[in-house]
Design a protein around this ligand. Structure first.
Ligand SMILES: [Cu+2]
Length: 523
């Protein structure tokens, strides 16, 4: 169903709004579930056919060495670091002798890792060798809207698109993937995704592991399902979209990684369509989270369990002992007040990756006591409040319209956005161009893993997330950025909106449609 075929004001599967919940967070789990369950009982949610919980824990043979995406070659031309990517159709042997139809960038599945430093001018020549239109979005990157690679920058089959921008943000694990409206899930799931690592002097001065593919391992984690012929297929899915029963890491089935150092850095990327991962280790060892979507935290955070929803990233440090083997798992993730969480993957468990330590380990990187001070954005500087409510596959009761601008924002300004998932089903929230901070969740400070720079955040149903965003100085009255649910099927179904960033004084600011709560909210 296309977004425009929806009746006005109500999307398919839209539940009645959940009253705003104001109670101590510890009580929300019980109270909210009861309140939300009453709503879901009367709502005609899509996705009645749900699969039984999946568990691969203890079932994976870890027969395959983890593939490390190659670092992309580049050449510096007139001061610009230039990369090449080609989106192409291919086949990949995830299992020996079985060819699976896939897509990849300059390869058969996923793409090379682009890497550049803060301050560098970069360009990427993206050639589309597919037989359909695609785009390439630089997820997490601060860059001009016309370079963003959203649905307004289509690359026709056979065409080449060459965005260019200056890297102007802290060191971080970013990624790239297609963003053509309505086709994002299909293209990402065929293998179109890759990493973009940003380096800077602050990160480089820390004693962190950073030997790419050796003690600094990128891990693009995805769930897929193979049919009897070894081809990708869908499992019966619930409201969230497709949930696979098999894990690929960097496109490797049943992967292991050899470790030769006593501290290893994992750059975790949730490259799934709909699955929320709850990462931990088979022996429940603590690990140190050092970075979120947009870069380093103030200091390492000791965790035993880390939740990542689609599109989110985290960097963690894991300490290893000589000769040991430990398995990175995804245990039943905490979906918060999602009703019937099992149908959204909330009961699924996976073995993800086995780490195999050598009998003697080098000491090359360590867990620092402190990382990089995160500048705290000041709510007093915010000049605008906006409310966004997610329900069904709509935001503020509207579906995506490529011709409609939903917000006009002054370049360089700071805004407060309150985002509420009104329905008892899983959604998350991704904003292009900016890294934001979570000020509070239902009035409480965010947990430390959500306290750094973020571009994507999971929305526990019924809880208002107050985000603070400072927009960049580039203004462009003609090309919008997007914000949307990053569950790819929801995004494809139109759970997305558009904003312009314009210069101070631009008349377009007076035409800001104020997509607040619809109650004249704002200053
Ligand atoms: Cu969603």
């Amino acid at each position: 169903m296309g977004p425009k075929s929806l009746p006005p004001g109500r999307g398919a599967g839209q539940a009645d709004p959940v009253p705003r919940i104001r109670r101590p967070r510890a009580l929300v789990a019980v109270g909210a579930v009861a309140a939300l369950a009453a709503v879901v009982a009367t709502a005609s949610l899509a996705g009645c056919a749900t699969a039984a919980p999946v568990s691969t824990v203890g079932e994976v043979d870890f027969a395959n060495r983890l593939a490390i995406p190659p670092l992309a070659a580049s050449e510096v031309v007139d001061g610009v670091r230039v990369f090449d990517l080609e989106a192409r159709a291919a086949t990949t042997e995830f299992r020996p002798g079985v060819a699976t139809a896939t897509d990849g960038y300059s390869g058969s599945y996923l793409g090379p890792t682009l890497r550049a430093s803060r301050g560098e001018e970069v360009a990427v020549r993206v050639r589309n060798a597919l037989d359909e239109v695609t785009t390439v979005h630089w997820h997490g990157m601060h860059l001009p809207a016309v370079m963003d690679g959203g649905p307004h920058q289509p690359i026709e089959p056979g065409a080449t698109w060459t965005p260019q921008w200056q890297i102007d943000q802290p060191a971080a694990t970013l990624w790239y993937h297609p963003h053509p409206h309505g086709e994002t899930e299909a293209q990402v799931r065929r293998g179109l995704a890759g990493l973009f690592l940003v380096d800077d002097a602050v990160e480089a001065a820390l004693p962190l592991p950073r030997d790419y593919g050796v003690d600094d391992l990128p891990l693009v984690v995805q769930d897929v399902t193979f049919d009897d012929h070894g081809q990708f297929t869908d499992r019966p899915a619930g409201f969230v979209g497709d949930l696979g029963d098999t894990i690929l890491v960097n496109g490797t089935l049943a992967p292991y990684a050899d470790v030769a150092t006593d501290v290893v850095r994992l750059r975790l990327v949730n490259g799934s369509s709909a699955r929320v991962f709850g990462f931990d280790f088979s022996d429940s060892r603590p690990f140190a989270m050092i970075a979120s979507d947009g870069g380093l935290l103030d200091a390492p955070v000791a965790l035993e369990h880390l939740t990542l929803s689609p599109g989110e990233r985290a960097e963690v440090l894991v300490e290893m002992a000589p000769g040991e083997r430990v398995v990175l798992r995804s245990e039943a993730p905490d979906l918060g007040a999602v009703s019937g969480a099992a149908s959204s993957g909330g009961a699924d468990r996976f073995d993800v990756l086995e780490l195999r330590a050598a009998s003697t380990l080098e000491h090359r990187g360590e867990v620092p006591a402190a990382l990089a001070p995160v500048e705290r954005l000041d709510p007093d500087l915010a000049t605008r409040d906006r409310d966004f409510r997610l329900n069904g596959t709509q935001i503020n009761q509207r579906s995506m319209d490529l011709e409609r601008i939903d917000a006009v924002i002054e370049a360089g300004s700071t805004e407060l956005w309150t985002v509420l998932n009104e329905m008892p089903q899983a959604h998350n929230f991704h904003v292009h161009d900016v890294q934001f901070q979570v000020l509070d969740i239902d009035g409480e400070p965010p947990p430390p893993e959500l306290a750094g720079w973020k571009d994507t955040v999971y929305l526990d149903p019924g809880l208002p997330y107050r985000l603070i965003l400072r927009f960049g100085s580039e203004a462009d009255p003609d090309h919008p950025y997007m914000f949307h649910c990053h569950l790819l099927r929801h995004e494809d179904q139109g759970m997305m909106r558009q904003f312009l960033v314009v210069a101070p004084g631009d008349p377009a600011l007076r035409r800001d449609p104020d997509p607040g709560s619809g109650s004249g909210h704002g200053h």
